[in-house]
Write a protein that binds this ligand. Structure first.
Ligand SMILES: C[S@@+](CC[C@H](N)C(=O)[O-])C[C@H]1O[C@@H](n2cnc3c(N)ncnc32)[C@H](O)[C@@H]1O
Length: 272
């Protein structure tokens, strides 16, 4: 994409104002000052939001974007959107427990016909509707234990939230998810492994998973194909999952990938 298509044409009066060698450092300075101020404002927001009771049940991802990413140097907050987006089929998406709607807007909505994103926290839905709205995204207030949105969906996303439910609730919700998935549809999601010291990562968590195998035992009874994989950071052990009755990303039959290496293996075998 050309720079002009991305940011628009430089207005004529700006061109007349001063040459580029003066304008560019001026705007770079403005951007640097603004970035520092935005980062410090989000640090203060995080301090109050998470340092004083009661703690919220969802995270405002603008804190990640404007402050925490730079501070932690860890891209973990982007992984769920990236790995979830690998499973997208371009049709209807149901996002369960969507929080502030950051992922619905920035990962799922741009490659799907429609996203229905729900959460039972009225404040999360209010923020999502105000900050992360788009024509093809609707934010719905719903408790997924009793009020899972109806319909057929090519993708269902359950990010950072399966651990907010008891094992019995997880099993019931998974049955509801399965019945709403269109043929070939994929459930994707993310959760966190329980900490080694026995402390919960968040007081709202009902069940923290112990390992890949522990998460797999919940998903396998409901789906023919399940992949669970992990990423490990210094202070965080993450689990991701794709589950479907058809191929999931990186399966042999996953259409988005082409595998090489077979000819080389054949050549090695025939030379031996
Ligand atoms: C840690 S946040 C994750 C939000 C978002 N998916 C993300 O990845 O940033 C967990 C979310 O689960 C929501 N939640 C918890 N129990 C729920 C329920 N019974 N029905 C719907 N949403 C629920 C909370 O309100 C919260 O927004």
């Amino acid at each position: 994409m050309s720079a002009e298509r991305q940011v628009g044409r430089v207005p004529a009066f700006v061109k007349r104002l001063a040459p580029k060698r003066l304008l560019e450092p001026l705007f770079r300075l403005e951007a640097r000052i603004a970035a520092r101020w935005v980062a410090s404002a989000h640090r203060r927001q995080m301090l109050v939001q998470w340092g004083l009771d009661p703690q919220p049940e969802f995270f405002d991802h603008h804190i990640d974007l404007y402050y925490q990413w730079r501070h932690s140097r860890a891209p973990v907050w982007l992984e769920r959107g990236v790995f979830g987006a690998l499973a997208l089929k371009g049709g209807r998406v149901l996002e369960l427990a969507c929080g502030d709607g950051f992922n619905a807007l920035n990962f799922y909505g741009c490659r799907s016909r429609e996203v229905v994103a729900c959460d039972f926290d009225a404040e999360a839905i209010r923020i999502a509707r105000r900050r992360n709205r788009a024509d093809n995204i609707s934010y719905v207030l719903a408790d997924i234990r009793t009020d899972l949105p109806e319909g057929r969906f090519e993708n269902i996303v359950w990010d950072g939230a399966i651990e907010h439910f008891t094992p019995e609730e997880i099993d019931t919700i998974l049955a509801g998810i399965r019945s709403r998935l269109a043929p070939g549809g994929i459930l994707s999601g993310y959760t966190i492994v329980e900490r080694g010291d026995g402390e919960k990562s968040l007081s709202h968590h009902e069940y923290e998973f112990k390992s890949k195998q522990d998460l797999m035992r919940f998903l396998e009874p409901h789906f023919a194909h399940v992949t669970v994989f992990e990423t490990i950071y210094e202070h965080r052990h993450n689990l991701y999952f794709w589950a479907s009755d058809a191929a999931v990303p990186f399966d042999e039959k996953w259409q988005a990938a082409l595998r090489g290496g077979q000819r080389r293996e054949d050549a090695v075998a025939s030379a031996a």
